[in-house]
Design a protein around this ligand. Structure first.
Ligand code: GUN
Length: 283
């Protein structure tokens, strides 16, 4: 049986660290503020946004929520972002994705000031991650790296396989593992011999978005398995990994729920703190 990597414990440690730093900034008269924009009524997005707001409140971070109607125009959304870009009270801006289809996601992301882009989705920040010169970490991959570090799992020289190539998870995950000197392979829907490649992984990261996609026959004995998936099957939350059978082979594994999920919000809080420090010339 493998070690269960507990995202609740690790995210609590990260949030405690952030909370203490927020207190120190407040003592210097510096507040920390995050604006979260949500457009429309997507139920999953509403839950994510509510959780982000709750986390801010617990850490002393000022949160402003902008819940806009489904038929908000591009001009209205751009005007709001412009206002927040210019607001000294707001250090971080997050626009919850996906946006309704009439809005141009790329244009919206590009309109956020890169210094306030706590998602690290803006091309400037993506480019910085590529060259290893970044201050904002993409939240989910950064959460995974934090978990590996917390558990003392060395990345250097390891075969790391990431299943999934999204801009939010797969691609930045690859870069963060590479910066730690892992040997990284990214797999996707067109990959040939997926099972053989995965079986060679010392660290296997599943970010496919398909329930129970990773089965025991794809996993090497003693591998570390990180499950980034959040899927709903018959109303029940499950990851991309067939947990029951894979946990018998892995040396360590993250559960769903209670694994990577809580880490994403903790890292968002950390990025918001970093934004405030950077905007006040403290880093
Ligand atoms: N939708 C799902 N995950 C995310 C995220 O990390 N950031 C934003 N902005 N939207 C999301």
């Amino acid at each position: 049986m493998s070690k269960i990597i507990d995202g609740k414990i690790i995210s609590t440690a990260v949030k405690e660290r952030v909370k203490n730093e927020v207190v120190e900034l407040n003592k210097k008269g510096i507040s920390v503020g995050l604006a979260v924009i949500i457009v429309g009524e997507d139920p999953a997005s509403k839950v994510y946004v509510a959780n982000k707001k709750k986390a801010c409140e617990a850490l002393g971070i000022i949160s402003e929520e902008y819940a806009l109607s489904e038929n908000t125009t591009q001009e209205e959304l751009l005007a709001l972002i412009q206002k927040l870009n210019n607001s000294p009270k707001i250090n971080g801006i997050l626009c919850q994705l996906p946006l309704p289809s009439h809005l141009d996601e790329k244009l919206i992301i590009n309109s956020i000031d890169p210094e306030k882009d706590v998602d690290a989705f803006h091309p400037v920040n993506v480019g910085k991650i590529m060259i290893g010169d970044y201050y904002f970490l993409p939240c989910t991959p950064a959460g995974v790296m934090e978990m590996l570090s917390f558990e003392g799992i060395e990345v250097e020289g390891k075969n790391c396989v990431v299943i999934g190539r999204s801009n939010i998870v797969g691609k930045p995950m690859n870069m963060l593992l590479l910066h730690k000197n892992g040997t990284v392979t990214i797999c996707h829907s067109k990959t040939k011999n997926l099972v053989e490649i995965c079986k060679n992984a010392d660290i296997l990261v599943a970010a496919v978005g398909r329930p129970n996609f990773v089965t025991a026959d794809m996993v090497k004995d003693g591998a570390v398995v990180i499950d980034v998936g959040i899927n709903r099957v018959d109303g029940k939350l499950c990851g991309d990994v067939m947990f029951d059978e894979v946990s018998k082979k892995a040396s360590a594994i993250t559960p769903v729920p209670g694994g990577v999920g809580p880490m994403t919000i903790a890292m968002l809080m950390q990025n918001t703190l970093t934004a405030a420090k950077k905007q006040n010339n403290l880093i």
